[in-house]
Design a protein around this ligand. Structure first.
Ligand SMILES: Nc1ncnc2c1ncn2[C@@H]1O[C@H](COP(=O)(O)OP(=O)(O)OP(=O)(O)O)[C@@H](O)[C@H]1O
Ligand SMILES: [Mg+2]
Length: 262
């Protein structure tokens, strides 16, 4: 599975979801995590910071001769390698878009690496701009995340429209594999209303909800996603269940057989 985690809105829990899903998937196979956001938060979730443009995805996008294996950080967690971002990715994305190379850019960078991995997880910027498009075009599945904020639920519909458009353009083969509820406030009226509204659509709402937990921001400081730093916490258990939801949905779409170990 090549999974891009996307939203049309920032701050909804994409990076936390991408980091934890990548770590869960790495329990049963080799995983490549790709940070496609100039904020470089996915790398930071594992304590990885690129020193320069050349040390990151930005340099690989800019220079087709560069070897992605020299930029990869290996074993940032058990079974997990990571391609870091760098703030320069923002300008590289703009320049590449002007040159016509953005849509296929990340797909081209990843191609020589794919045979080494069972899964790729791409984290994206909180918008549906050119870098997100590039990540989606490297993916075969998209997960979108929403919170109790009604605006973020509307964003799930925007991601669907974005994907439909780019499948029609033949820029991507990725399907929407799921819509996941993050920062779930079980006692909040807004949270219940937003989930209720999404249940009334044909969007593929995933059963597992990720609860609000202080452990998530703490895990960023500790540079270990919660599924690694506090595996028995309720939020880690939820991320583990969400990974299985995503695999099951992916399996339904692609007819493969993928199981996570218990
Ligand atoms: N389940 C949770 N409980 C509490 N805090 C959370 C949870 N999930 C994420 N957060 C916190 O919410 C903030 C936003 O989360 P995150 O960075 O994962 O979102 P994002 O969608 O990647 O944001 P951006 O669009 O800026 O990249 C972070 O400070 C993170 O620590
Ligand atoms: Mg993020």
């Amino acid at each position: 599975m090549r999974l891009a985690v996307c939203s049309s809105k920032g701050g909804v829990g994409k990076t936390s979801t991408a980091a934890n899903l990548a770590a869960v998937l790495a329990r049963s196979g080799r995983v490549l995590a790709v940070d496609a956001d100039p904020q470089d938060s996915l790398g930071r979730a594992f304590g990885v910071v690129a020193k320069s443009k050349e040390d990151s995805l930005a340099g690989l996008l800019e220079n087709p001769e560069a070897d992605p294996r020299e930029v990869l950080r290996t074993e940032v967690a058990p079974g997990l390698d990571l391609l870091p971002a760098h703030p320069s990715l923002e300008l590289v994305g703009v320049t590449l878009a002007a040159q016509g190379g953005i849509v296929t850019g990340i797909r081209r960078v990843l191609r020589p690496l794919l045979a080494d991995y069972d899964h790729v997880v791409l984290d994206t910027h909180g918008d549906l701009g050119n870098l997100t498009l590039s990540a989606v075009c490297a993916a075969d599945a998209v997960l979108t995340v929403f919170t109790s904020d009604p605006g973020s639920a509307l964003g799930a519909a925007r991601v669907t429209a974005f994907l439909d458009q780019h499948r029609a353009f033949e820029n991507t083969v990725a399907d929407l594999v799921g819509v996941a509820c993050s920062l779930w406030d079980k006692d909040g009226k807004a949270a219940r209303e937003v989930v209720g509204a999404l249940e009334g659509t044909d969007l593929p709402l995933l059963a597992t909800r990720i609860p609000v937990s202080r452990r998530v921001p703490s895990s960023t400081l500790a540079k270990r996603p919660v599924v690694l730093s506090a595996p028995s916490s309720s939020v880690a258990v939820a991320y583990t269940a969400l990974a299985q939801d995503v695999l099951t949905a992916y399996q339904g779409l692609h007819q493969g057989k993928l199981e996570l170990p218990r």
